[in-house]
Design a protein around this ligand. Structure first.
Ligand code: ATP
Length: 465
């Protein structure tokens, strides 16, 4: 496996505007990039450059992206291929993944999406190869998977350990439907991928579908397919996501946004393991595991008649809730360390130190965007800072971002324990770590203060700043 900052990437897209833009951004992120605008040129560059990753447009004029994929995979079986697609090309994408593509991203995409896809590709292929090795040696697969995941899915808190434990349990059983809940950026997609790649379905497709990205008129045929002539635009017969993801996992992102009318049809497909293409009465058997994700309170939507309770009961056989980062502050330090290390590696820099003052500043923040926000903050700091040790000033904390969402919510959110911990830390700071004075300030006894310091695991370390 190549190290990230040595990774060579070839981009094959007929639009030079896209290849050049991608090249520019990926080079800034220390990837070695070559581009090609025709299949012929692409195949030549593959031969010359031997890249680790190929980014390939599904829709290339002249030669079908799938044909190229097949040809390339036969010649370079270890090449990791990321497909670029429009929303309407989903069936092509799923076929591509069956033919060995590692991942895909949808247009319009941001440069971060590509970077994440490259990372995911590398990470999960590494995980898969570990698993295969483990299987070959007939050792306990789950143990191997667990140690692998610990490197990339970070967290020391009891909550995140519980999340991983449940994900691994769900992975063991390849059929049980799982609902992953949590705020934006808490890691719902990563956990869903871990479940798929740790399950007996791992060699089949993991097909992420976000129904809110599909126009309402196409929803039914996208999910269940259609026969020729079923509606005006149905010029050819077409398979839907259920058929395409057969034997694999269908990841329904933002399930709460699924229109009510489609929910009944989805329920039937899940209950009966059969679907009917639009315009046909023939039932087609399907074998798909459903992992759904949402950042909404589905129970509330059920009360408001926006989500079907029967569907809810079908999709949440196992429910995994990933708590927001502000409720598991122990994870901030290891995540910070992990992101600093991985960005340093990617940018070919020496890993800077991390000042305690910075850790304590970050531990106090509210993180409306959760782990994704922390990750982005680290990236920004690593680009802008020249310090040998990262300092609080390198991190732009949007103090008002929280106030904007709800001015009445305190910095620790509405969680009583979190706020209590923050107040104690604040009082200790104000009294220069004098526990008796801090207790007086808070109106509690010195013993109560000591108990709380112990309960919250607050470290009394003098701040050097
Ligand atoms: N525990 C973790 N360890 C390492 N990286 C994490 C962890 N949790 C989240 N991340 C990173 O945070 C980012 C967001 O994760 P992900 O896309 O899985 O979140 P999500 O809950 O699906 O978000 P959304 O609801 O916005 O779709 C990704 O870059 C992911 O790699």
């Amino acid at each position: 496996m190549q190290i990230m900052n040595e990774l060579k990437v070839l981009i094959l897209d007929d639009e030079s505007r896209i290849t050049e833009k991608l090249k520019y951004h990926l080079e800034k992120r220390n990837f070695k990039v070559t581009t090609a605008n025709t299949p012929k040129e692409g195949l030549e560059k593959l031969h010359e450059e031997k890249p680790g990753v190929l980014i390939l447009d599904v829709m290339l004029p002249g030669m079908n992206g799938l044909d190229i994929l097949e040809k390339v995979k036969a010649e370079y079986p270890n090449l990791e291929i990321i497909m670029i697609s429009g929303y309407g090309d989903m069936d092509m994408v799923i076929q591509a993944m069956r033919k060995g593509a590692s991942d895909f991203i949808r247009k319009p995409f941001q440069i971060m999406d590509i970077q994440l896809a490259i990372e995911r590709t590398e990470k999960f292929l590494m995980m898969q190869s570990k698993l295969t090795e483990a299987e070959d040696r007939e050792v306990l697969v789950s143990k191997e998977l667990e140690s692998m995941i610990e490197k990339d899915f970070i967290g020391d808190s009891p909550q995140i350990k519980q999340v991983l434990k449940m994900a691994l349990k769900a992975a063991e059983d390849g059929d049980v439907n799982v609902l992953v809940t949590g705020e934006n950026g808490t890691g719902k997609e990563i956990i869903s991928r871990i479940i798929h790649f740790g399950s007996p379905r791992k060699k089949k497709v993991f097909a992420p579908v976000n129904s809110s990205a599909i126009p309402a008129t196409l929803l039914e045929s996208e999910f269940f397919g259609h026969v020729k002539g079923a509606f005006t635009d149905a010029k050819e017969e077409k398979k839907g996501y259920f058929e395409l993801a057969n034997k694999g996992t269908l990841f329904l992102d933002e399930i709460a946004d699924m229109p009510y009318s489609l929910q009944a049809k989805l329920l039937r497909a899940i209950e009966e393991n059969k679907i009917k293409r639009v315009g046909s009465n023939q039932e087609i058997p399907v074998d798909v595991r459903i992992i759904s994700a949402t950042n909404k309170n589905i129970e509330q939507l059920i009360d408001d008649n926006k989500f079907r309770i029967d569907l809810f009961h079908r999709i949440n056989t196992i429910e995994i809730n990933i708590p927001p980062l502000r409720e598991r502050r122990e994870d901030i330090r290891p995540l910070l360390n992990h992101f600093v290390e991985s960005f340093a590696r990617k940018k070919g820099k020496t890993k800077p130190g991390i000042s305690e003052a910075l850790v304590s500043k970050l531990e106090r923040y509210h993180y409306p965007g959760n782990v994704r926000e922390l990750r982005n903050m680290v990236e920004r700091a690593m680009i802008l800072s020249d310090n040998d040790t990262l300092q609080p000033d390198d991190f732009l904390i949007k103090e008002d971002s929280h106030a904007k969402t709800d001015k009445s919510v305190p910095i620790g959110g509405l969680n009583l324990d979190d706020n209590e911990k923050l107040l104690i830390e604040q009082a200790l700071k104000e009294t220069d770590l004098n526990q008796t004075k801090a207790a007086t300030l808070l109106g509690i006894s010195r013993d109560a203060m000591k108990r709380k310091i112990k309960k919250f695991g607050i470290e009394i370390v003098r701040d050097l700043q």
